[in-house]
Write a protein that binds this ligand. Structure first.
Ligand SMILES: Nc1nc2c(ncn2[C@@H]2O[C@H](COP(=O)(O)OP(=O)(O)OP(=O)(O)O)[C@@H](O)[C@H]2O)c(=O)[nH]1
Ligand SMILES: [Mg+2]
Length: 372
């Protein structure tokens, strides 16, 4: 709590505000479409453009490590290196703060501040520090190394607390990919298609973003690149009908997976959340149980805003899992911990670059190791 006393005037993410905003936005999302509404009838929080979001200043990334620069063992091979922005923000700051120091209340207060500013979220940071305080009281933490090890363990437990990833064994297994614009939905779909193709599974992609003219072309390029089928729709076509056609094609052609791209923002009178709910309903009518997964893509560089987006989307369509993109080149990867703690949804994959192979299945133990 000391952190808040010191930072009363700072603009921090406040849990109370979050829930009010979420409630207001969900009321708006539930409201019937009103023809007289302004062209972009969507919750204000989601009229958010990841591309225009205020980006943090991060030191330019060095060239990826080569074979003669082996990464720390146990990390995600070379990709673990790409988390170094977050690693410096969390592990580096903690080292600078605590190493060699006597562990007292003041150090713990400062540690709390480090965690909050590293995007672990206010609630999660408080909880982690309270646990450490208890351990200090019980004299279980003799020195700063022990404190660091206990914190790493605490974070690892938060991350491991999320539900496991679903099996992808329906025929076809239908995945809807949602998220605000610019977060990396289409790119993630391309990477997923590559991943599943490499596993010997057949993939069909659906260009459900019919609102942005170039969106279908972008997905077509990915489909061609990874050898997946594509079902598209005319610019302006009903996204739900594209999704419906895609599942039908997936059934007819016996494809293993159907992955549906969606718009990040609708430049029409249609409410984004209503459109997603409709697509969800339509898919269920076409194939019982579909969509089997709804993956929300979040841009990690947007920090706490990603958590807010997760809450809003989860109210509209039942999310089954999350993908955190752009963890390379950001210091805000701590938001993964905040999201795991608050959403309790599987973090299925993380994006660590723009390349086709820069998508990794999330591993809680490896991630907490990599950020220290
Ligand atoms: N560095 C990095 N860039 C990424 C990652 N994932 C996606 N991008 C980039 O983010 C930008 C936006 O990606 P898109 O896939 O077009 O995002 P989108 O969510 O489909 O955007 P809309 O279709 O406009 O809603 C592109 O330049 C991608 O290359 C990642 O993991 N790391
Ligand atoms: Mg897209």
């Amino acid at each position: 709590m000391a952190f808040f006393k010191r930072n009363k005037n700072k603009q921090l993410v406040d849990k109370g505000d979050d829930s009010q905003q979420a409630a207001a936005a969900s009321e708006e999302a539930e409201a019937p479409a009103d023809e007289s509404q302004a062209p972009e009838a969507m919750p204000e929080e989601l009229a958010y453009d990841a591309r225009k979001a205020e980006k943090e200043e991060v030191a330019p990334q060095e060239a990826p490590p080569t074979d003669d620069q082996p990464d720390k063992p146990g990390l995600w091979g070379r990709l673990g290196q790409r988390l170094r922005g977050t690693r410096d923000k969390i592990g580096g700051s903690i080292d600078r703060l605590i190493l060699g120091k006597k562990i007292d209340d003041e150090v713990l207060d400062e540690l709390e501040e480090v965690l909050v500013t590293a995007d672990l979220g206010v609630k999660t940071s408080l909880q982690l520090i309270e646990d450490l305080r208890d351990k200090v009281r019980r004299r279980e933490l003799a020195d700063s190394e022990a404190l660091k090890a206990a914190l790493k363990e605490g974070i690892s437990q938060v991350l491991a607390g999320v539900a496991p990833e679903p099996e992808r064994d329906h025929n076809p297994h239908v995945i809807m990919v949602v998220g605000v614009n610019g977060v990396g939905k289409t790119t993630t779909i391309g990477k997923l298609a590559k991943r599943f193709s490499d596993q010997g599974r057949s993939v069909l992609l659906a260009a459900g973003d019919t609102f942005r003219a170039a969106a279908g072309e972008q997905l077509a390029v990915w489909a061609q690149r990874v050898g997946a089928d594509l079902v598209g729709g005319q610019h302006g076509a009903d996204p739900s009908s594209v999704a419906f056609d895609a599942v039908e094609a997936g059934l007819n052609r016996s494809r293993d997976l159907v992955i549906i791209d969606t718009a990040g923002r609708l430049h029409t009178k249609v409410n984004l959340m209503e459109e997603l709910k409709k697509m969800h309903r339509v898919l269920g009518k076409k194939l019982e149980g579909a969509p089997h997964e709804v993956l929300l893509v979040l841009d990690a560089t947007t920090g706490q805003n990603a958590l807010q987006q997760a809450k809003l989307f989860h109210e509209a369509v039942p999310l089954s899992g999350l993908v955190l993109t752009k963890l390379d080149g950001t210091a805000k990867g701590g938001v993964v911990v905040a999201i795991a703690a608050e959403m309790k949804l599987p973090i299925c994959f993380v994006g660590l670059g723009e390349g086709v192979d820069d998508l990794k299945p999330f591993d809680a133990a490896e991630f907490s190791e990599a950020i220290f």
